[in-house]
Design a protein around this ligand. Structure first.
Ligand SMILES: [Zn+2]
Length: 80
């Protein structure tokens, strides 16, 4: 992800999630890691996601790009 993609993704997550709240440590900050393709077991299918991590406890969550209206990274075989 380039800086523009990261900012757009952060804006979408902020709009959808509101104030960040870590379910493990009650932290109020997350760091955007980038795109992660989650491969489904016993299938060729995969789910493009964006990953965020809590900088305090390391709790990580994945959010489906399609649901958020974000590029999946497969539209143009782009380098993400
Ligand atoms: Zn945490």
């Amino acid at each position: 992800m380039n800086d523009i993609e990261k900012q757009k993704t952060a804006n979408v997550l902020s709009r959808v999630l509101g104030v960040a709240h870590c379910p493990m440590c009650n932290g109020h900050e997350f760091t955007l890691i980038g795109k992660v393709d989650v491969k489904l077991r016993h299938s060729d299918a995969h789910v493009p996601t964006v990953a965020i991590v809590c900088p305090t406890c390391g709790y990580m969550s994945l959010h489906a790009c399609v649901t958020l209206g974000l590029p999946t990274g497969h539209e143009d075989n782009g380098d993400d």
